[in-house]
Structures are given as structure tokens and as C-alpha cells.
Design a protein around this ligand. Sequence first.
Ligand code: ADP
Length: 320
Amino acid sequence: DSKGLVVSFGEMLIDFVPTVSGVSLAEAPGFLKAPGGAPANVAIAVARLGGKAAFVGKLGDDEFGLMLAGILKKNGVSGDGLTFDQGARTALAFVTLKADGEREFMFYRNPSADMLLTPDELNLDLIRSAKVFHYGSISLIVEPCRSAHLKAMEEAKKAGALLSYDPNLRLPLWPSAKEAREQILSIWDKAEVIKISDNELEFLTESNTVDDATAMSLWHSNLKLLLVTLGDHGCRYYTKNFKGSVEAFKVNAVDTTGAGDSFVGALLGKIVDDHSIIEDEPRLKEALKFANACGAITTTKKGAIPALPTEAEAFELIKK
Ligand code: ADP
């Protein structure tokens, strides 16, 4: 069909979350599988809303890898960019939100298959057919995935794709905060659309203020749209010519996992067929309202992928 393709590049993994809330990993009586990985969530968000999406990344040739490939397929995301490592296993994470509000993580990444994607394994035909190419930063952490990431980004750009970046900071993955900041900023000036959260804004600018001046200190000449998401306060947007905010929808939030990915997928699904939306404030605000609705819906259900909305669900919330 005539819909533009969103290609999302990076990691897909399984989070194991305790069956009961508020416990440490050691105290958990059992775990539930929650498939995710921000770039994979974004691809599924686009597809669930009726758009065309492909995911590019590497999985282990194991039970978990096959499960994840099946989830992409079932959700209508092209797996033409998927490769399977014959040695390393699919990435796994054990994650909990403890009673004191602290998150505790344990990763199976030593290295996991997703980190072993090589530049030679990239499906360049697929990548070059993208109208939007989206990525995070976890794939920047180690080689050979870092080189694959940089090459995929460059090829997509050369072929005319809009580059979209969500750093998706998960600090425990980096050896230090300093390295995380440096790696994220090392590809900062390539992206044309960047979405960060208020926490990431503070982290990247090493400040504790979330205001326009702090956000604009991250502006660069290739950038067309900078978005700062603010949870139940909605989002702020910055372009070369205008800036403003779009308020959130009021919902009963039970689990915010995946809200940002849902927001990004919804926005990319809107701009993929018409990049000029970014330069037209009323249409951009309309698209961001839709993205806020999608983010809000995702907070009303547990997990990320099961909580991503259809277009009908998003319209229903907007009409209310
Ligand atoms: P991230 O997951 O990247 O931290 P946010 O949590 O800010 O991103 O969520 C992304 C978007 O989802 C927000 O801009 C907002 O529109 C929506 N959202 C998130 N949390 C809520 C909430 N509690 N109530 C309503 N909308 C929310």
C-alpha cells in the first residue's frame, strides 16, 4: 500500500517482572514475561495504530528469540530486518520497582544477541526504504552493534528518511553516567526529531531545571522537532519557529511502562506520510494530542506491548 514505512532499530528483549509488586528481585515469588525493548515497542505501536513498521535488530536463536519474532509478526511488524545469532542468547532483564520507589535491574547481557548485530548483517534494502528511521541509544554501548547502528542511521539518512531519536536512558546499562551522557550526545546532532523525558533533559544538561532555556540548550542545526515528555503533564514541543505544550489526558494510570514508546510510535505514524506536519503548528499540535492520548492509554494497562492502543481506542479517549 501507499503508507510510508517506519523502520525502528535496536534492541528487543524480555523483561521478567515479579508477580507481586513492591518486592526486590530476591524476594519475588515468581516472574511474568513482559516482552519489550523501546525500539521494538515503537514499531509495534506504529503497526497497532494501522501504520507500516519494520524492526531491525538481532535475537538469539533460542526459545525467547523465537517468541519475540512471533510477537512482531503477530502484530504486523515486518521481520525482514531481523537476524538471529547462532551463539549468543536473547537479551533478558529482571526488573522490579521496590517498595521504596527504587528500581532494581539485573541484565542478561554478556553479551546478548542484540549487541552482536554487525554492519554486514543489515538489510540495507529495507533500511533504505524507510521514510522514518527511529533508534535509541542502548545499541551504541558496545561493538559491533554500535557500528551497525551508525551505518544503518547513515544509510537511512542518505536514502531520505527522517531520523528520529529517543535516547531511552537506562542508566544501569552503561559503565558510568558520564559514558552514557557522552554516548547519547555523540549522535545528538544527527537526529531531526528527538524525544526526551523531563528526567533525560535534566540528565543530559546536568541541571535540575526543566524549562525552555534548558531544553533549547540541546538544540542543534539539523534538528526539526524536540519533544520533552512530562508524564501526566503532557509534552512540550520546540521547533525552529515555534514552541508550546500539549496537555495530557486524564486517565487512571496503573503502569507507565511503554508510555513514551507509545507516544513516539503514534507521532511517527502521523509524520511518516507527511514530514511537513512538523513545520505546521496546528497540525503538529493535533498529532501531539493524538500521541498524548496513546501514551495515556498505555498507562492504563500493565506492561508495554499489551497496553499499546489501536487507533479506535485513541479516538475514543480524544472524543470523551
Ligand atoms: P517516558 O515513558 O519516555 O518517560 P512519559 O512517561 O512522559 O514518557 O509519557 C509519555 C507521554 O504519555 C506523556 O507525554 C503523556 O502524554 C502520556 N502519559 C504518561 N503518563 C501519563 C499519565 N499518568 N497520565 C496521562 N498521560 C500520561
